[in-house]
Design a protein around this ligand. Structure first.
Ligand code: MG
Ligand code: MG
Length: 273
């Protein structure tokens, strides 16, 4: 059953989604070689609790942390841990918050230090594919229109693997609601999108093949070929004419840029012996 939201409910959801965005922006300023993913999780948890919200993922089906933090070949649902991030890694952080009775849910994949051009392109194309999907998230279209746009761009045009085992979803008073929002499929198929629906669109794109497996920890999804994967997620309210993106990457991208400048400033100041 699909739960349609009123305008007032969508504004409450925007608040939850933007709190997730602010959490990710805060983490962006900490992501650098040497930081542990467990430290990032603690920072996120304190920030969310400090803003009168609860972490949606903690305790969800027994998930033990605030964030899913997935490094390199981990696609999604990675456990934060004592492992330090290394220069050249990519790390996806997926966070949810519950506030005023509604969930927000968003994810972003970050570069750690300097990454290869191949990985830069994977991140760029995956993020672009999210917006290509969002363009189709309007009243009267179907979930398959979103799916097709994402698959066409990532798989057909760039030769990446689109994960089939996990999909985006409706969002609201529950973290996962109907309908499912896959990142692969045919135009004109799937659930009809109608005014008042809120969905999380989240392409999970592998540098190599589409195949994944479940890690022994019971949660982490990894690529079968061991190659890296990227993941971006926005919450979108369906409207007539234009998709309304409730979450935002603006502060995240600004923090990312400041972080990169800081690293290059440091490099400039470092004396050459
Ligand atoms: Mg998520
Ligand atoms: Mg989600």
């Amino acid at each position: 059953m699909i739960h349609y939201k009123s305008k007032a409910e969508i504004e409450l959801m925007r608040e939850s989604s933007l709190l997730v965005s602010d959490t990710l922006a805060l983490l962006a300023s900490y992501i650098k070689p040497g930081v542990t993913t467990l430290a990032l999780d603690k920072i996120a948890e304190e920030f969310i609790l400090g803003h009168g919200a609860k972490a949606s993922f903690k305790g969800y089906n027994g998930f033990p942390y605030t964030c899913c933090i997935s490094v390199n070949d981990a696609v999604v649902h990675g456990f934060p841990g004592k492992n330090e991030l290394k220069d050249g890694d990519i790390v996806s952080v997926d966070v949810g918050v519950f506030k005023n009775g509604f969930h927000g849910d968003s994810a972003y994949t970050f570069a750690v230090g300097e990454i290869t051009p191949e990985l830069k392109q994977l991140l760029r194309v995956t993020k672009e594919s999210l917006y290509k999907g969002i363009e189709k998230a309007i009243h009267g279209n179907r979930t398959g229109d979103i799916a097709f746009a994402i698959q066409e761009y990532t798989e057909k045009q760039h030769g990446y693997g689109v994960v089939r085992d996990l999909v985006g979803h409706g969002l609201g008073r529950h973290l996962h609601e109907e309908p499912q929002v896959p990142n692969f499929g045919k135009r004109g198929t799937g659930a009809k999108l109608k005014e008042g629906m809120v969905i999380a669109i989240e392409p999970m794109i592998n540098l190599g093949t589409k195949d994944v497996y479940h890690d022994k920890d019971g949660w982490t999804i990894r690529t079968a070929d061991g190659k890296p994967a990227a993941h971006y997620e926005h919450d979108v309210a369906i409207q007539r004419g234009k998709a309304d993106i409730l979450s935002s990457f603006v502060k995240i991208e600004a923090a990312e840029k400041a972080n990169a400048n800081l690293c290059s400033d440091y490099a400039l100041q470092d004396p050459v012996l």
